[in-house]
Design a protein around this ligand. Sequence first.
Ligand code: PSU
Ligand code: MN
Length: 308
Amino acid sequence: MKHPNFQLSTEITRALNMGAPIVALESTVITHGLPHPQNLELARDMEKQVRAMDAIPATVALLDGKVRLGLSDEELIRLSESESPLKVSHRDFATAIVKKADGGTTVAGTMLASFLSGIKVFATGGIGGIHKESAFDISTDLKALAETPMVVVCAGAKAILDLPATLEYMETMGIPVIGYQTNEFPAFYSRESGLNVSARLDTPKEIAEFAKHHWNLGLRSAVLVTNPVPETDSIPMSEMEPVIAKASAEAIEKGIHGQALTPFLLSRISELTKGKSLKANLALLLNNARLAGEIANELYVRKKEWAL
Ligand code: PSU
Ligand code: MN
């Protein structure tokens, strides 16, 4: 391994050597996104779901200042119970390393660590984007998507964000936004947003083909796959809008901004919906792990044809 502060599990090292399908999983959802004990259950279930698709899960996190890929169950427990873990995006890695800290990696952080390790597919819940509360609060996730050639499976972005602005940014940066079996950009809890994706693809095989052609052109951006929340757990946009507006107003009133804003909004929304949004959140995460596992298998089959 080129990076002295990286530590890959034996299973992940072996899988990389064999070129086996691997799905990276983020950990800010564990440390900052979900309450305990749902965060631990979710972390375990995500790994199970990836394995059920015959792929290998690589949960990415910082433990004692080491960038870890592939955690044991004891380590997942430790992360889920961590008192004050860092939220690790691009600019926070060196902080965590110097301070020998524990931390959950964001979408941007997970993309960096997994790409540097040779992983091509990543499943998350929702990406960060451009916040409504401040025009300059633009998530590093968007920068990472612009410059990291990976397939990222998500359920779109939450309506806590300025969705049209987030989509405009991705268009400018040349990030393909694929709708999986949909023409509409999903809004996390809701299947609908009234906004369009850049292309619709209907099978994991087509998505793998798309990624191959995109990268063969020398383009270095991610391929963002948006997978709508399953129908049974979805919440209509009209029901979410007032809740989001309330949480957003509270954030402005309390002066919450920067790294703390997304976790604050997520937990307030969960409280305001009495757990309904949490249920949707868990369902869409597992749905994304499943699709990412399928795509990883398709990419594995096509490995020899890749330009990367
Ligand atoms: N969006 C969600 N749930 C999350 C996050 C975003 O619906 O848990 C987390 C992800 O880890 C994402 C991060 O990468 O928040 C974005 O934070 P920020 O906006 O501070 O960049
Ligand atoms: Mn931000």
